[in-house]
Design a protein around this ligand. Structure first.
Ligand code: SAM
Length: 408
């Protein structure tokens, strides 16, 4: 059954959509465009005019750089469309989509695409007052009822629409551990990873069908996120907590060289949490000893071996302050990582649901003059490839610096 997608355009990019019969998107709708099949219905939302035009029909599968020079390469995930004579445009697009509980850049069910097509074709609300200040037009009331009915019948809830946003800065802050209808990992597991972190890495650095590996996957957050996003995934742990996790010591990953598209690791940060009784657990080694970093470096070497060249490893880690001694675990792990990998970025992830987030601990921190840990590091590195800076020699990078005048 055909489905649909609403893609965004602007006054600047719209002409090319019509001239080339091509719609484009950046990473924000990459997966969705790549999942478009011939016959799917497409709608074009001009964000400057806040209008919506459709329905177009995809003439081919969505792909990468179908017309490489279009939009100077800025919207490389593209789909070819058929422009029928039956195109209509409606205004107040954002408000209408909100009232129908639909969003751009999300795959639409067949019945959702049909509802928008009908609202656009009815076009019974060309009025001067904005939609927020007048009664809902008939077509929207009918569509809204029909959508609610089918959603109820098919058991689709609001939670199914809940997806994290893609982060654009290096400061990530999540008030809860998971999102959506199904749990991701187990939020009762000590040291569980916020699913949003894994979602962001998976969406940025992998494509649907890619293989993601988590060598220390605890309660399985990586497995759950990857499955929902259509990635293949293997999760290992020294003590598996569920049947789809494979028992394995991360110092030896049973996979071929150059076979994995992304690795995520949220390792123990020292011996502050007792994960299990296994003598092989890194959670038994103090982060104040070099042994901790030597053992984790063995995991880095394995991660490097199994990753394909150019592919990404994300490593979440926090510093330690125990009995008046600070250990910069994050820096030390980063130092080891960069012996093998090329640095890409460091993200600061705020720590929220800490057991030490109590009045008593905040008081102690002030009284005894120390700080509670407020953040973790997410180190993002990649295995060097032939076209990456670590392996390039003598090729100068052109940098254009901007100088800003400062007020005195
Ligand atoms: C911070 S937890 C991971 C949390 C996980 N990402 C989640 O969301 O549930 C660290 C995990 O590393 C595992 N671990 C410790 N030493 C290991 C080793 N040598 N090999 C594999 N896993 C290990 C622990 O059992 C623990 O489950």
């Amino acid at each position: 059954m055909a489905k649909g997608l609403i893609l965004k355009t602007s006054n600047n990019t719209e002409t090319a959509c019509y001239e080339l019969s091509l719609f484009g998107a950046d990473i924000q709708a990459r997966d969705e465009v790549l999942m478009i099949e011939p016959g799917d219905r497409l709608f074009l939302m001009n964000v400057d005019r806040n209008d919506l035009t459709g329905a177009f029909e995809a003439t081919d599968k969505g792909g990468y750089k179908i017309v490489p020079e279009a939009w100077k390469g800025q919207y490389p995930y593209q789909v070819k469309v058929k422009q029928s004579n039956n195109l209509h445009t409606i205004i107040d697009a954002k408000e209408i989509l909100n009232s129908l509980r639909l969003r751009s850049h999300r795959l639409l069910h067949d019945f959702e695409a049909e509802a928008i097509a009908q609202v656009i074709a009815a076009n019974d609300f060309q009025e001067t007052l904005p939609l927020t200040r007048r009664a809902l037009p008939n077509s929207i009331k009918i569509a809204s009822k029909e959508l609610d009915k089918v959603r109820r019948e098919r058991g689709i809830s609001k939670l199914d629409d809940e997806h994290p946003s893609l982060e654009s800065t290096t400061l990530w802050d999540y008030p809860k551990q998971s999102y959506g209808r199904t749990p991701k990992g187990n939020n009762k597991y000590a040291g569980v990873t916020p699913a949003f972190i894994i979602y962001n890495l998976v969406k940025r650095y992998t494509l649907p069908g890619d293989l993601v590996v988590d060598p220390m996957c605890g309660s399985g957050t990586t497995i759950d996120v990857c499955r929902e996003e259509g990635r293949r995934v293997i999760g290992y742990d020294v003590v598996p907590t569920r049947p789809d996790i494979i028992q394995n010591d991360a110092r030896r990953i049973p996979l071929d060289d150059n076979s994995v598209d992304m690795i995520f690791i949220d390792s123990p940060y020292g011996d502050n949490i007792k994960y299990n009784e296994s003598p092989l657990s890194f959670g038994n080694i103090s982060a104040e000893t070099e042994e901790f970093y030597d053992e984790l470096e063995k995991v880095m070497v394995e991660a490097h071996r199994v990753l394909k060249p150019g592919k990404v490893l994300g490593w979440l880690i926090g510093d330690q302050w125990v009995k008046r001694k600070f250990t910069p675990v994050g820096f030390k792990i980063y130092n080891r990582l960069t012996c093998h990998f090329e640095p890409m970025d460091i993200i600061c992830v705020t720590r929220r649901s800490q057991t030490s987030n109590t009045g008593m601990w905040h008081n102690r921190a002030l009284r005894f003059n120390f700080y509670l840990r407020g953040f973790k590091y997410l180190h993002i590195v990649r295995k060097p490839s032939s076209d990456s800076p670590l392996t390039q020699t003598g090729r100068a990078r052109k940098i254009k610096w901007a100088y800003y005048q400062r007020d005195q």
